[in-house]
Design a protein around this ligand. Structure first.
Ligand code: AMP
Ligand code: GLY
Length: 425
């Protein structure tokens, strides 16, 4: 069978890499893909991004199913379009994707269904937003309602910062439509974890737990990024916490969406904040897999992933169980010079060590031209190491990192540190 993966990041490389391991799969097309998917002979890049043209391609090539990586095409309705043309695709409809594409929708939904989350209010009027900030005080969090590619959240330590964020979003119109409404919410303290499940409309199949590192610099300092590294499993997600998150957050969300006539299909990612007492609250929903969480998760997944997606599309996720490599997978993101502000492109990347039984490098912002690999985006590579403990997985990953170089390469040296603090190794 032939498959199609939509997207160009490290997440999509990892998804396509995993799908291509199935003996049933002849080829996985990646649209548009990157330098890494271009190099893998089981994968083939296609230079198409328009949803109508992707649907034409899927029809002509008799693609068995399409898997969508990023949120933008989902929020724009690629699933609605493919389904209306009788094409198989895994992801949420445009309406269901509002769980991610509108923070106001997500917050109101959580309130309606008593799903634990930070207290909030939402505003289109700047004066009212400023007055609310003064009433609540800092620290406080200001979020643009719409998709803002990671730039829409300001965790303000002072009221000055919070007022400036409201001005930037509502009055300054800096984020366009995405910032025409803001959500102001209570600051939550604690530790974050990524809780990702597959949903077929009714049944829920949880993936292995993971944790991301959102800040640019060691020790969780510096600006927020798309994610500088991730590992799986995340020891903070104990069996007890897992059960609680399923009961209090995931299942009420899936049932609630069904009740509201917005059946959710696709990957559902709850970004959690877990307080010192171990109580989870939902920071946000994403209607897709995480990047870079996907890279360590796919590195640990055993079995035929193409069959899992088929069951998900068929609505029979209750009939399968996932099997995981017992080892820890730890992924370190190598980012470009000046990421996240204004990443430089065109730096030549040294040779990348080949995949082995305990390591694999997924590409994100890379391009291949005349056989030469160069940087072409903010997050360039994600190097994943697998080993029996977090500490050994770190050694494997960083040993690989030490063999790779490009001008301006930035990475964190402490991926996995939180897991080490929690568990003896
Ligand atoms: P979001 O895109 O909503 O996940 O926000 C991006 C990041 O901002 C999160 O990963 C958190 O680190 C932080 N954040 C978001 N909301 C809150 C909150 N209510 N309290 C504390 N930190 C938050
Ligand atoms: N790693 C965070 C995200 O994918 O949203």
């Amino acid at each position: 069978m032939k498959l199609l993966v939509v997207g160009s990041g490290g997440r999509e490389h990892a998804l396509a890499w995993k799908l291509a391991q199935s003996p049933r799969v002849q080829i996985v097309y990646v649209a548009p893909g990157n330098g890494g998917t271009a190099q893998d002979e089981r994968l083939r890049n296609i230079a198409i991004t328009h949803p109508d043209e992707l649907a034409d391609f899927a029809e002509q090539e008799q693609i068995a199913f399409t898997l969508v990586g990023p949120e933008q095409p989902l929020a724009a309705g690629i699933v609605n379009l493919f389904r209306s043309r009788g094409l198989k695709i895994f992801g949420p409809t445009k309406e269901a994707a509002q769980l991610e594409s509108s923070k106001d929708f997500a917050k109101a939904f959580m309130k309606r269904h008593a799903i634990p989350t930070a207290e909030y209010a939402s505003f289109t009027d700047a004066a009212a937003a400023h007055a609310y900030l003064d009433q609540r005080g800092a620290p406080i969090v200001v979020k643009a309602d719409g998709l803002a590619a990671g730039k829409g959240v300001v965790v303000a330590q002072t009221l000055d910062e919070a007022h400036a964020a409201v001005d930037m979003m509502l009055s300054g119109n800096t984020l366009g439509d995405a910032g025409a409404r803001v959500v102001i919410e209570e600051f939550l303290a604690g530790e974050e974890a990524s809780f990702i499940v597959m949903v077929d409309g009714k049944h829920v199949l949880p993936l292995a737990s993971s944790q991301d590192h959102k800040r640019l610099l060691d020790g969780d300092l510096g600006p927020n990024t798309g994610g500088m590294g991730a590992y799986s499993p995340a020891p903070i997600v104990t069996p007890q916490l897992h059960a609680r998150v399923m009961r209090e957050i995931i299942l009420p969300t899936v049932r609630g969406m069904e009740q509201e006539g917005l059946r959710f299909t696709g990957f559902l990612y709850a970004g959690l904040m877990i307080d010192a007492q171990g109580n989870p609250k939902t920071l946000e929903f994403n209607c897709r897999m995480g990047d870079p969480e996907t890279q360590p998760i796919m590195a640990r997944l055993k079995g035929d992933f193409s069959k899992v997606i088929e069951q998900a599309i068929a609505g029979t996720l209750d009939t399968i169980e996932l099997e995981w490599d017992r080892r820890t997978a730890l992924g370190v993101v190598l980012a470009a010079h000046n990421y996240p502000e204004n990443p430089r492109k065109g730096d030549r990347i040294s040779d990348i060590p080949p995949e082995s039984a305990d390591s694999v490098t997924f590409h994100a912002g890379t391009a291949l031209a005349d056989g030469k690999l160069t940087t072409s985006g903010g997050r360039v590579l994600c190097v994943v190491g697998l080993a029996d403990s977090v500490r050994s997985a770190q050694s494997v990953a960083y040993e690989m990192v030490n063999q790779i170089s490009f001008n301006g390469m930035q990475y964190r040296r402490d991926i996995g540190a939180k897991a080490l603090g929690r568990k003896h190794h």
